[in-house]
Ligand binder design. Structure first.
Ligand SMILES: Nc1ncnc2c1ncn2[C@@H]1O[C@H](COP(=O)(O)OP(=O)(O)O)[C@@H](O)[C@H]1O
Ligand SMILES: [Mg+2]
Length: 361
């Protein structure tokens, strides 16, 4: 039995459906992420798990028990918000001790529990500080310590790192991974940042317009996006669309405007003429000066339109002779890599049929 079972949950505001028949099951000990663009219903779903809001239809079960009649303070669930929500007039100690006091923990047990929680978030010695004496990252650590101090079954985190700068965010991401593993507490994490979701999660539910579009492990979401929306939302992706020209022996060929025939390894029941797409990650594409004689399943001539140097990698945007745009990514550290391409250079892009991922439209 899953720890948290969300069954067909819907939440409407007036005639707008914010969460639309969502079903998903979260196992004990998981780092589970709800990922999607702003407004897709992530916070609304999280608020219903916490009990701050109730579904209009469907059920949320914890350990097999329907939570509908359990008020938020009686659910074994704590929430960490982007805004920290610390009590400004209380010290770090006071903030972390607060939920213990609310739970009626004997006073003599409180200092030890607070100290342990502060140690978990690497804030030993910060007890006497006030929130305004802390950095953003430290404030969020206090908020996490306060949420963990009562050992909830489940921690809900709503974009907890969104207000921090990139370097600090990465540091805290690594800490969260360790913390979740060591505390053994189930995390339900909300983010609109696909990189963060891929880095942190055991499993990801990609949401769009109140619905779950795909629920899988990060590597599956990345390599085998089920829909055009997921392919587009998760990292950079080339999306080639067009009618099927041929479908035989595990290979499908699409007619793509500006490219012509594009071949992908795929099994599908779709017949010629049906619309379909191919998702192709930029790092799967080879880009060369055109001297390599090696034949490829897909090979197109083009011109470098522009490039994005990102230090470790460079993204090349190539306009093909037919007028299509292809994005290819090359590692700059690649051994034997002698040449960088410049805008205006004539190049050849190619990739094997197995590199693409077929999507039924
Ligand atoms: N209390 C509310 N009243 C009316 N509309 C709401 C309310 N809460 C959320 N919404 C709407 O529901 C949609 C989903 O919101 P939310 O769950 O906050 O999205 P996310 O967290 O994914 O950005 C948004 O369009 C939002 O405006
Ligand atoms: Mg939100």
């Amino acid at each position: 039995m899953p720890l948290l079972d969300i069954r067909n949950v819907t939440r409407r505001f007036g005639d707008f459906t914010a969460v639309d028949g969502v079903s998903l099951a979260i196992e004990a000990g998981e780092f589970f992420t709800l990922l999607g663009p702003s407004g897709c219903g992530k916070t609304t779903l999280l608020r219903m798990i916490a009990g701050f809001d109730l579904p209009d239809a469907g059920q949320i079960l914890l350990d097999g028990v329907d939570l509908a009649a359990t008020p938020p303070e009686r659910r074994p669930v704590r929430t960490v918000f982007q805004s920290y929500a610390l009590f400004p007039h209380m010290t770090v100690h006071g903030n972390v001790a607060f939920p213990l006091q609310m739970a009626g923990t004997p006073a003599r047990d409180i200092p030890g529990k607070v100290a342990a929680a502060l140690e978990d978030v690497r804030l030993t010695g910060f007890d006497r500080r006030y929130p305004h004496e802390l950095s953003g990252g430290q404030k969020q650590r206090v908020a996490i310590a306060r949420a963990l101090v009562t050992h909830p079954t489940m921690l809900l985190l709503d974009e907890p790192l969104a207000a921090l700068d990139a370097k600090l965010r990465e540091e805290l991401q690594i800490e969260l991974i360790h913390l979740q593993r060591e505390a053994g507490i189930t995390f339900v994490y909300v983010t609109h940042d696909q990189t963060e979701a891929l880095a942190l999660s055991h499993r990801i539910a990609v949401m769009n317009k109140g619905k779950v579009e795909q629920l899988d492990e990060p590597s599956v979401i990345y390599r085998f996006p089920r829909s055009r929306f997921v392919a587009d939302f998760i990292g950079q992706c080339n999306l080639f669309s067009g009618p099927i020209r041929a479908n035989a022996a595990g290979a499908v060929t699409l007619d793509v405007e500006g490219l012509g025939a594009v071949k992908v390894a795929a099994q599908t029941a779709l017949a010629a003429g049906a619309p379909a797409s191919i998702a192709l990650r930029p790092e799967q594409i080879r880009i060369g000066a055109g001297d390599a004689a090696a034949p490829a399943d897909n090979r197109y001539e083009g011109t470098v339109a522009d490039l994005l140097y990102m230090g470790d990698v460079t993204v090349y945007r190539v306009n093909t002779a037919g007028g299509a745009r292809v994005e290819a990514l090359l590692a700059n550290s690649q051994t034997g890599r002698a040449k960088f391409f410049e805008p205006g250079d004539r190049v050849v892009v190619d990739w094997p049929a197995a590199a693409g991922h077929f999507i039924e439209d």
